[in-house]
Design a protein around this ligand. Sequence first.
Ligand code: FES
Length: 222
Amino acid sequence: MSDPIPNKPEPSTPPPTEGITDAPKSPAPTSGTDRITATPPAPAAAKPAATAKPADGEPTRRNALVAFVLSPMAVAWTTFTASMAAMTLGTIRFLVPNVLDEKPSRIKVGLPQSYEEGQVTDRYKDQNTWVVRHDGMIYALSTTCTHLGCTPNWLEREQKFKCPCHGSGFYITGINFEGPAPRPLERWGISIGDDGQLVVDKSKKFQQERGEWTNPESFINT
Ligand code: FES
């Protein structure tokens, strides 16, 4: 009997070498045929389109609008339109009587007995009216200076109206006596209403130089 043939030892896997890493494997060379038949890479997902910026010097819509607004023709057209609008408004304002923002022409100024002899009432000065009781009469004077239209002041101590603009002076009667005013102050119409109150009517005007102060509508006898 011969000895059995010993089994060939199995080739063993060499143990890994510590500290040594495998060199990266080079990609397998691609043959020319492979390059032709290779599937092309999938297209990348479409990126959102970036906002197109105009090239330098390229007019945008906004630039075109600004250029138009600033153009002489646009300025001229705007001016013309504004002028026409102003003319139209002026015409409407002229044709339609304004009854809302104007002060009324007739104002009640209280009972006659509420006025003392020699008294000038400034209470209605903002309505272009002085109410005066003097020499047995009550009358209403306009506060408009007959020189150039300023508003005089009543000076109680000096018993006169004095215009601050050019120095015209008027007696308590309204008669001018100093300064450049060429004529007396004007009187408004005055009457007694149903309720016994004095009513000044600024739609009626009486001028002394025309002899109108004798008109009974220009004063109240007291
Ligand atoms: S406006 Fe009154 S004096 Fe000239």
